[in-house]
Design a binder for this molecule. Structure first.
Ligand code: CA
Length: 304
């Protein structure tokens, strides 16, 4: 019988053990290197996200500086955002601020919207709310429900309108709550009223959301210089809306018409900061009080 000498078996065995430990160490080292790389990358992402957030804050501050300025009119830019016009010897001139710019390692962009270019949830008549819903393509019965429910939400009484809703209705939903019986404090509250589905409030791919045309801020007067066509029709009627839009095609109003306004004091701001492809957004509602601007609400993320 041909047996292998024992010293050779032992050497073979030690070799296998050594190999095993080398492979084990390499695996551990590889795993460790991967974790270190992943943590470094997460750290860099965190750093970029933080930078992007503060760039968005810088945009918000620039927007607040614009709002704090001494303007006479608030007019509509081509993209629907609000621009400020100052009075001077020749009449009025529109301030064209740079709302997109590079800063440090990244970029900032912000937009300002006029809350007076929207339908006021606290003062709108039922007919105005009905018309807005109709223009947004909401079915007749659902439009009636939403209009009645908005009015029931803000009125002090507990008597539900024709198809409206008070505590009885809201106490029977999946996560019950009560009707507010007081003014809307935020536009987002409108998403709580009966009939205001997610699709109606936020819109779909085909239809714009009602949330973009409603506001809880301001005195209820519509700025004829900034309001969207749907808002003008719902608030002032189709005839007045057509007249306003035709005059706006070649300029802007310096004095109020049809019971509206030509300036504003409450604005929505969305600001974005971007660093190496990472974006941070924040949104705020800001009210002008003299030469100051007061932040009424503030939240991370774009305005919903
Ligand atoms: Ca009520």
């Amino acid at each position: 019988m041909n047996r292998m000498p024992s010293w050779r078996t032992e050497r073979g065995f030690s070799f296998v053990i050594s190999l095993f430990f080398i492979v084990l160490l390499m695996t551990i080292a590889g795993g460790l290197a991967y974790r270190v790389r992943a943590e470094a990358s997460a750290m860099n992402n965190f750093k970029d996200e933080t930078q992007a957030y503060y760039l968005a804050v810088a945009g918000l501050n620039r927007a607040i500086a614009e709002i704090s300025g001494d303007f006479a009119l608030v007019v509509r830019a081509e993209d629907g955002s609000a621009l400020f016009a100052v009075k001077n010897d020749e009449g009025y001139s529109i301030l064209r601020s740079t709302r997109e710019f590079d800063l440090g390692d990244g970029a900032v962009s912000y937009s300002i919207g006029d809350e007076r270019g929207k339908i006021n949830l606290n003062t709108a008549k039922k007919e105005t709310l009905l018309e807005l819903m109709r223009l947004l393509g909401v079915d007749g019965p659902d439009s009636g429900t939403i209009a009645d429910a908005i009015i029931d939400w803000r009125d002090e009484d507990h008597d539900a309108g024709f198809t409206g809703a008070e505590d009885d209705y809201y106490s029977s939903v999946a996560n019950p709550y009560g009707a507010k019986d007081d003014s809307f404090d935020t536009t987002g509250e409108a998403a709580l009223v009966k009939g205001m589905t997610k699709e109606v409030f936020h819109g779909t791919d085909d239809t714009p959301g009602a949330g973009a045309f409603l506001t809880a801020y301001g005195d209820g007067k519509v700025n004829v210089n900034t309001a969207d066509e749907k808002v003008l029709i719902a608030a002032l009627g189709a005839g007045a809306a057509a007249e306003i839009l035709s005059r706006r095609a070649t300029g802007y109003f310096e004095t109020p018409v049809h019971g509206g306004e030509v300036t504003s004091g409450v604005f929505s701001i969305t600001s974005r900061g971007t660093v190496r492809g990472l974006e941070a957004a924040l949104s705020a509602i800001v009210e002008k009080r003299g030469d100051r601007a007061v932040v009424l609400s503030f939240k991370p993320g774009p305005r919903s």
